[in-house]
Design a protein around this ligand. Sequence first.
Ligand SMILES: [Fe+2]
Length: 587
Amino acid sequence: MKNAASKVNPLNRREFLVNVSTVSAVVAAGGVLSACSDGVPMPVEFNYGVASGDPLADRIILWTHAKYQSSTEPVALSYQVSNDAAFTSIVTSGVLTASADTGYTAKVDATGLSAGKTYFYRFFSGRSISSVGQTRTLPAANTTEVTFSVFSCADYPLGFFNAYAEAAKRDSHFAIHLGDYIYEYGTGTAPTDPVILNLKRYADHAKEILSLDDYRKRHALYKSDPDSKVFHAKMPLIAVWDDHEVSNDSYKDGAQAHDPATDGVYTVRRAAGLQAFHEWMPIRTDSDKTKIYRSFDFGSLVSLHMLETRHIARDKQIQITELAGLAGAEKQASAYAEYIRADRQMLGATQLAWLQQKMATSQATWQVLGQQVLMARMESPASVLSKLNGDSRDPTAQQQGLDAITAYLTAKGKKAAGASLTAEESALLNTSVNPKLGYNLDAWDGYIVAREVVLASALQLNKKLISLAGDTHNGWHSDLTLMGLSNPALANLKVGEEFATPGVSSGGFEEYLPAFTPAQVKYLFENIVDDLRWLNPSQRGYLKMTFTATEAKGEWIFVNQVLSRTYTAEIGHTAPFRAASKAVTPD
Ligand SMILES: [Fe+2]
């Protein structure tokens, strides 16, 4: 068979004209040409749709995957960017290649675009053509409103990506993904989870993934999802990874779920995971693949600072069982020393200096951090954490946790009402006896000095700070306050707010606190955690953020289920940014 695609050449004028006429027929037919005979270019498959991302005012990353049906040869591609969906007004075009070196993914930084404009794009090879994507450049300085759809945590075998489908229907200017875009887990060769069995979305999930080939196949599985394709074709994406793009609870030197004895050298696995991420995501790739922190300016409204909190500098997580004293006094003392260590890292010095410089020079009204894990202080009394934590899901432990919460809230309620307290109740409310600690030490609560530095920087610069977070699979809205670590006079001073998005399909608190109803979980967290304004612990969906010169507003959009592609959706909660702190009853 002749191989017309072994050379990587731009389309000549005649081929271009042939293709443009062909395109209309293909689009009308709704499919990809598949004719194949001698003298005719081999058909190319665009099985994973198209995507765009990392918009700037004059350029944007365009992405696709292209492979010959019956050859492993590199595929010569052309792309077009147009003002209209019918491609009658081409703005720019060019060539690129999809080859085995990149798992047959291809992306290009399409330049020469104008600020604040909607564009359409597509890819060709011979007579084969991709689907059409819609995208958008960053707005001009005078823009009056910008909207984001914010996502995290899409676990393929656990549910359908209805949140992506809904976001594509409701639209927003830009999409942000805060990580766990894929999950590395295996379901075993004979999964027993009834949800996983019923959904039958576990085709390649037998084993936890380790190699580059594994990670590529996993990304391909996710990009084969029809709702993912529709979503990516509708709006540009700004993405960062969280831990599951490599391994659970990853940090700079390893991951909780990575065992070198069985999984091999961690840095080799990490390099594979990060390479696949850069291949399969519409992200602008630096020579250093770990360096994905970057900023985007949406006119004078928003500066969005995307952060990397996993692989560059993060110190190893502290165990809550050790910090809460469940592993003995000696381990508790060493865990506490690490907890308050002045140079304990989350971002690292270079990224922190970059962030401080970006915030200092930004002229935008809103300084928004797009990052992985909860930044707000999710602090609970040690009396609760010593009974109830992520390592104790059995009903007895959960009942003990509930009893501890009830005792604490009872004491707090009595004090607020002016009633006299027993010695035991007084001790519960004495923070030097019963200190408040974060329960999730993989989040910023395990990196308190690093968090304090970021928040203090925003305060010093007098910037309106908003954190967007994912990771937990639940929807949260919280104040961001200082702990007063370096200046006790600043303790509990509000410097911003956090809007955290629920998972697309990953399970929430119902998995971690099975003995509690969602209403109980909501009540307990909202009453124990001083900085928490609102929680939804049981529904999947996404967060829509709207920014104007005077307001930042979060809307949590929930789907009624992820177990079927037939679903309904509603705005479950709406909250504006407030300058004032949540009113709390003091201990
Ligand atoms: Fe997740």
